[in-house]
Design a protein around this ligand. Structure first.
Ligand code: GDP
Length: 458
């Protein structure tokens, strides 16, 4: 995402390296380069203007006398201004004081609403909420079924018009549920009643979109809005749609007046600039980024971190948070207990660690590391299937072998290779690497433990 904008901006900064101070012509050239980079990335003109004005003013003004070198200084200023046009602060979901919190999704058809409904549901569920998804998109023939599939994948209940309830118990004669067929406003209302009756603390309402903005669609969305008085109206927008983003966002702002923006398909090759302008032109914050088709491909949008990513300064914080989410709490504790007890790290532990890394997506994880943005070509060559091969080998081991890797002799190795469809040399390699990892872990735990942690073996 934002790869070319990122490349262009970092290229501009490179030209400033080694300069003792910035001349007026340096500033002019830098501002011109930044301006072109933004325009080529589809950033809306008014946003470009405001952005470059601020950069010029700050780069020539008082700030220049600070201790940073000129290149660092310009990067710092661009970083701060970029953070600003992305919305400034991180904005979390507003939860209602008296549940259920009602969240309505709006946006064009294909923007990623239904997919996002599942992601948000899964995320809220992970956080201990009891969300209910409501299928109020009756426009697209498949939309209801699609939400059911998404809900099942997310492990979240779905309230749909025909059956009143999918994936849970029978609603048991919800008159409203049956009467509502065909009328999205009634479905949304019935969904709300259902959430109240069954104590779901969050309601996520998926609504219909069209291929382009039209009056009837807006009216429907506005009607749903007034029927259920949502705490949040999230406008989902495809990051790939280019300049049309501004117009679409403004139309939805007038039509339903959303409270926040979801940028979807940020994993694609979007130039992304238009989507970046949405916060700047509507004054509504970007709250989430949707980064893939999987149910976990969702991130809270942090303007400062995103700016850092665009400038290829890395996003280590998001990386860490995702790692924390990927490890279920129990799993992490189990690992810690083992380390404390100096038990051996086994192939079973290894398997669950691998599963956690896989869940995060290896490539997306690497892309967040500083400097990695420039290496996206090399990353594309990285084969995530390598993981599957290793996993197949471990799964071909017996429980005894998994906890006693040293006992895996020649004939066992041959059997494991056969069972997982790899060469014996690959099994040898895996065992070698595993032994090294085991040693490293031992050293870490025996080497005095972690400072400041009572009870760690010294
Ligand atoms: P809706 O019409 O707004 O409900 O859009 P959908 O949720 O059906 O999404 C439209 C298409 O985009 C589907 O094929 C999704 O799988 C895909 N999609 C949705 N979100 C993302 C995303 O973040 N990344 C990618 N790569 N695809 C997405």
């Amino acid at each position: 995402m934002f790869t070319s904008l990122s490349d262009r901006l970092t290229g501009t900064f490179k030209n400033l390296r080694g300069k003792g101070r910035l001349s007026e012509s340096d500033v002019n050239k830098t501002v011109r380069d930044i301006r072109m980079a933004l325009i080529d990335a589809d950033v809306a003109l008014p946003v470009v203007k405001e952005f470059t004005r601020a950069i010029r003013e700050r780069a020539t003004g008082a700030e220049v006398s600070q201790a940073l070198n000129p290149a660092q200084q310009v990067i710092k200023i661009v970083n701060e201004e970029l953070t600003e046009i992305l919305g400034g602060h991180t904005r979390e979901l507003t939860l209602a004081k008296r549940p259920p919190t009602v969240i309505m999704l709006a946006g064009l058809q294909g923007s990623g609403k239904t997919t996002f409904a599942g992601k948000l549901g899964a995320r809220l569920k992970d956080e201990g909420h009891t969300p209910l998804l409501v299928a109020a998109d009756l426009q697209r023939p498949n939309a209801v079924t699609q939400l059911e599939v998404v809900g099942e994948r997310a492990g979240v209940r779905v309230f749909a018009p025909e059956r009143g309830n999918i994936g849970g118990h029978d609603v048991g004669g919800s008159a409203e549920g049956t009467r509502s067929h065909g009328d999205p406003v009634a479905v949304a209302r019935a969904g709300l009643a259902e959430a109240q009756a069954r104590q779901h603390d969050v309601l996520i309402v998926d609504t219909a979109g069209r291929l382009a903005v039209d009056a009837e669609l807006m009216q429907q969305a506005a009607d749903i809005r007034s029927a259920i008085s949502p705490d949040e109206v999230l406008f989902v927008i495809d990051a790939m749609i280019g300049q049309a983003a501004i117009e679409t966002a403004q139309a939805f702002q007038e039509g339903v007046d959303f409270t926040g923006v979801v940028l979807s398909k940020l994993d694609g090759d979007a130039r992304g600039g238009a989507a970046l302008s949405v916060a700047g032109t509507t004054g509504r914050p970007i709250m989430f980024a949707s980064t893939g088709e999987g149910v976990r491909d969702i991130e809270v949008f942090h303007p400062d971190r995103m700016a850092g990513r665009i400038l290829d300064m890395g996003d280590v914080l998001t990386l860490i948070e995702q790692a924390e989410r990927a490890f279920e709490r129990g799993q992490a504790e189990e690992m810690q207990r083992k380390l404390l007890a100096e038990e051996d790290f086994t192939f079973d532990d290894f398997l669950s660690q691998m599963a956690a890394v896989k869940k995060m997506g290896l490539k997306s994880m690497l892309k967040m590391m500083p400097g990695m943005g420039q290496m996206s070509g090399a990353l594309d060559m990285l084969d995530e299937r390598e993981f599957d091969r290793v996993e197949a080998m471990v799964r071909s081991m017996t429980p005894f072998e998994r906890s006693h890797p040293k006992q895996i002799n020649g004939s066992r190795r041959a059997r494991i290779a056969k069972g997982s469809g790899v060469q014996v040399s690959e099994v040898n390699q895996l065992l070698e690497r595993f032994e090294q990892a085991q040693k490293a872990i031992k050293q870490f735990t025996r080497g005095g433990g972690m400072p400041g942690m009572p009870g760690m073996p010294g």
